[in-house]
Design a binder for this molecule. Structure first.
Ligand code: SF4
Length: 965
């Protein structure tokens, strides 16, 4: 289970030290054997006795302040609070009596005296916890017209776009304070003032955002009175139903309940049983569902008029004319004709397919099957190429498999230390970031942060190594040099489980801390201190994200981290491991499903004869005229390039936005514009939509069934909560329909339902995946639906899954050390472009911003592109805080609002890629590729900045709130 709070009375647990017997007490006449450290409240709950509470929540440390949970204890003069009373041997407790009822009614009457809620009487309003107990004890509901006191506070007193504040309903239970401190580790709320004036305040009685609020909504989720509430859902009333599903944003894979009313999502609420996150959610998961009902949703199939009229495609985008709404048959027949004729005229490799890290496992499986079985090409890839392909390649070289080895919960509970390198964890994987903060606060886990920026997790780090972007290999080699020099490496682990150590050890020679300090800009002393800290605190987990992978040395960076964990013997154990945090909700699953040009599902090589024979048999591709290609296909960037050159005659894109997210995006857009035929299957009119010839409407995560696989290899269901809008339908249905039409045009009649694409459900597709993918063999929807928690590999239907990889043995047998050398980034600053640009994301947006820009409150929080620049660089280039900037590189230009801050080091600027057109930082980035993984170097290029205008109107405080500024 995840940590979901400081509850369970840690201090009291200590009093039941090991060796003491379990205390036995009596509650309402029933004998109870309590667990170590349990309170009377918890002991009562264990036998089904409900004791009323308000200030108490099981996730939070108990305070015993509201006194609603008072119980009678034999021999005691006064009733006592059950939430703080240890369940000790021999206690005899009574939880109900006339006296207790009178006391509880008195407590509630006192609370109601100062409680003002003009909306409580609405017949269509869910009871909060306070109102529940008011009704339970038969008290009259408060009536504002009869109130003896006047409201004391302004309603909606804080401008936070997500959390509504009405202190007239606050009972000072402090659950919000404890949730923010203990769950989120953010310390926004406290009690300010004294006596009668005491009230909950944010920061130093400022606004929540000025108090560094991350808008996660935990305070509202734990509030028992509605004093803090979800602003977007104040008047929605009672939901028709709750549907438990998985978040569509990041790879943490939080689950929550969609509250559905009249076919619309009206609120997201925490589901305490969520395997990864419990009650925790971040701002995107809790409040970022606006895109589902956005006007930009594509609701009917659309085709360009010139396609319908069989006229030639014009080179100029603006002259291509409008969309024409058509029926599904028309749209799919056009797509099938073009795909089939490309194959018939030019061969399968004249087609390229992009699968989607946003879509389900089942849909990604079908896209790669469409490529291989139907179209006869390995030209299938997706955006993992742009984020973690170097991780997959590097870890496969070290250990034989390329996924996160441990679990987030396991790291949060067991790691003595963590090296966080190239991961802005609290903004990009916020719930895991909060778990790491808890690990520091609760049990003193040591964090060594290696990041060029002073990101938020820095304040929880024992050491922050602020190295220059692009010097990761040198830094990690320097750490390992210092570890070996101090003889702190784990020779026994190395001898038993690894190979190639002697050569590797010799390769560290040139990476003395002094030389590494000169390369990285981190002091010698800090490098040595960090090395010793990491070696002295084991198990140590290495955590990384795209700060490591998106370099021309991406694979080298990953190899260096693999070396480090073998050197310290941190593999195959709780709290250790190699832990790449995957970006999008299902990028792990899209890779697992073989939406990559070199592997079938389960990372089975396309070159392997036996593997190919198995797939050919099930897919009915073993006839003389149908063959599965054995050479790897093209990658994302190569597919786009080849489409632009006319060598890809038909391009099919499922839910990806290359016109927004590719590096040197102007070039990518030119390629898309020149592509002979583009089919886009999407839920929204994305930046890629203008380049499409056919637009097929997709279904959002809330409108279909399927599974996502999170960053820790956990396969989880998404469930249909509402109907897809208009003519749109689940993407797996569309892909299967298209595949059947192409097969028919190619004159193929494969044998077997699976080969003929006759699927009745997403569940049936998963059954086919399980049959062909050893690591998913035991995964099926029924198991997931009944709550089985499955992390692959799951080799059989009765296997419980594998939370930790490489226990006792690496996938490849012995772990392999690799010699890795520092190489400069492809483009460094010079006289013309004197600043180093590094790129990333902000808390309130996600990737290309397609979804978050269509969720109004998220857009309100950060409405425009921002560029962080150091104060001395701002002075050097006459840039003022809040001024619009023009940023140029050798490839293009962008506009962004300046944030003058020392979060970035001198000489470095940081931009994000959430806004399109002139605001897109990918106008500037370079398409230089890692030679092995072919991942682009998004993290380093050279730029120049200039103020767009000096006029005061253009200068305002960036409205980017919270941690960005
Ligand atoms: Fe969704 Fe990730 Fe936020 Fe969890 S941390 S709610 S998965 S965006």
């Amino acid at each position: 289970m995840p940590w979901i709070g400081l509850g369970n009375v840690i201090e009291q647990a200590a009093s039941y030290a090991a060796g003491q017997s379990m205390p036995t007490l009596t509650i309402n006449g029933t004998r109870v054997e309590a667990s170590d450290g349990q309170t009377v409240l918890e002991a009562g709950e264990s036998i089904g006795v409900t004791i009323p509470t308000l200030c108490h929540h099981k996730d939070l440390s108990p305070v015993g302040s509201c006194r609603l949970c008072v119980v009678e204890v034999e021999g005691a003069e006064q009733p006592a609070a059950a939430c703080t009373m240890p369940a000790t041997e021999g206690l005899v407790v009574r939880t109900e009596s006339a006296e207790l009822t009178a006391m509880r009614r008195f407590v509630l009457e006192m609370l109601l005296d100062n409680y003002h809620d003009v909306g409580y009487a609405s017949p269509d309003r869910p009871d909060n916890e306070l109102m529940h107990w008011v009704r339970h004890y038969g008290l009259p509901l408060p009536d504002p017209s009869q109130s003896r006191t006047a409201p004391r506070y302004a309603v909606g007193s804080d401008p936070n776009p997500f959390v509504w504040v009405d202190l007239n309903k606050c009972i000072l239970c402090t659950r919000c304070i404890r949730a923010c401190d203990e769950i989120q580790g953010r310390f926004v709320w406290s009690v300010g003032y004294r006596g009668h004036d005491a009230k909950i305040i944010a920061g130093t009685d400022t606004t929540m955002l000025e108090g560094r609020c991350e808008s996660c909504g935990a305070c509202a989720a734990y509030c028992p009175t509605g004093a803090l509430d979800d602003r977007m859902s104040l008047d929605v009333g009672v939901a028709d139903r709750l549907v438990t599903t998985t978040c569509p944003y990041c790879g943490v894979g939080c689950q929550f309940d969609l509250n559905v009313k009249a076919g619309q999502i009206v609120r997201v609420t925490s589901n305490p049983a969520a395997p990864v996150n419990g009650m925790s959610l971040c701002v995107k998961g809790r409040y970022g569902y606006g895109f589902v009902h956005h006007d930009d949703r594509v609701t009917t199939p659309r085709v360009r008029r010139y396609v319908l009229e069989s006229r030639p495609k014009l080179a100029d985008l603006a002259s291509r004319g409008p969309w024409v709404d058509v029926d599904w048959n028309t749209a799919l027949d056009i797509c099938a004709d073009r795909l089939a004729s490309a194959v018939q005229n030019e061969g399968g490799d004249a087609v390229g397919l992009l699968a989607s890290a946003k879509c389900t496992n089942e849909e990604n499986y079908l896209v790669q099957k469409l490529a291989r079985q139907v179209l006869g090409t390995q030209n299938v890839d997706h955006c993992a190429r742009l984020c973690h392909s170097s991780t997959v390649a590097g870890l496969a070289m070290c250990f034989g498999s390329g996924a996160m080895s441990n679990s987030m919960d396991d790291i949060a509970h067991h790691a003595a230390a963590a090296l966080i390198i190239g991961s802005n964890t609290t903004e990009q994987h916020p719930v895991f970031g909060a778990m790491l903060r808890q690990a520091v606060l609760r049990r003193g886990m040591k964090i060594v942060l290696a990041d060029p920026r002073r990101i938020d997790i820095a304040e929880f780090a024992a050491l922050h190594l602020r190295h220059r972007p692009g010097t990761d290999v040198a830094l990690v080699n320097g750490l390992m040099h210092a570890i070996v020099e101090a003889d702190k490496h784990d020779q026994a682990f190395i001898d038993e489980r690894c190979e190639g150590f002697d050569e590797f050890r010799a390769s560290l020679g040139p990476y003395s801390p002094d030389r590494v300090a000169a390369i990285t800009g981190v002091s010698t002393e800090k490098i040595v201190a960090a090395a010793h800290l990491l070696a002295d605190h084991r198990p140590m987990a290495v955590i990384w994200a795209m700060g490591i992978t998106q370099h021309t040395t991406g694979v080298f960076n990953v190899l260096a981290l693999g070396n480090l964990q073998m050197l310290l013997g941190n593999m195959g154990m709780p709290g250790g491991g190699v832990n790449p945090l995957r970006g999008q909700n299902n990028v792990q699953g899209a890779c697992d499903m073989g939406a990559l040009p070199n592997v079938y599902p389960g990372y089975q090589s396309v070159a392997d004869e036996g593997v190919a024979a198995t797939f050919a048999s099930v897919w009915s591709c073993d006839g003389p005229d149908v063959e599965l290609p054995r050479e790897p296909g093209l990658t994302v960037t190569e597919i786009i390039e080849q489409a632009g050159a006319g060598k890809i005659a038909a391009l099919y894109i499922l839910g990806e936005d290359p016109a927004m997210t590719d590096p040197d995006v102007n070039h990518a857009r030119a390629c898309l514009a020149a592509a002979p035929f583009v089919v886009l299957q999407e839920i929204l009119e994305s930046e890629t939509a203008p380049f499409a010839d056919v637009l097929l409407p997709g279904a959002s995560f809330a409108e279909k069934e399927g599974t996502y696989t999170n960053t820790e290899r956990r396969v989880q269901l998404i469930r249909k909560a509402i109907e897809p809008p208009g003519e749109s339908r689940p993407d797996w249905e569309t892909i299967a329909d298209l595949a059947r039409r192409v097969l028919s045009r190619l004159g193929r009649t494969p044998s077997g339902q699976q080969a003929r694409w006759e699927y009745r459900s997403a569940s049936a597709i998963m059954d086919e995946i399980a049959a062909l993918t050893p690591s998913y063999a035991g995964v099926n929807h029924a198991r997931l639906d009944r709550g089985d928690r499955l992390q692959w590999p799951v080799p059989s239907a009765d296997h419980p899954g594998t939370p930790i990889l490489h226990v006792g043995r690496f996938t490849r047998g012995k772990g392999k050390f690799h010699r890795v050398e520092h190489v400069d980034a492809k483009e460094l600053p010079d006289d013309d472009f004197p600043l180093l640009l590094t790129t990333g994301r902000v808390l309130y947006h996600w990737h290309g911003g397609e979804l978050t820009r269509r969720s109004p409150a998220l857009l309100e929080a950060v409405p425009e592109s921002l560029l962080e620049i150091h104060p001395s660089d701002a002075a050097r280039f006459a840039v003022r805080d809040g001024q619009m900037l023009r940023v140029t590189s050798r490839r293009g230009r962008m506009q962004a609002r300046a944030v003058v801050t020392d979060r970035v080091a001198e000489g470095i600027v940081f931009g994000n890629f959430h806004f399109p057109g002139e605001a897109n930082v990918n106008n500037l980035t370079i398409a230089a590729l890692d030679p092995i993984a072919k991942i682009p170097e998004y993290k380093v290029c050279a730029v120049a900045v200039a103020g767009e205008a000096a006029s005061e109107e253009l200068i305002r405080k960036p409205s980017g709130t919270g941690s960005f500024c």
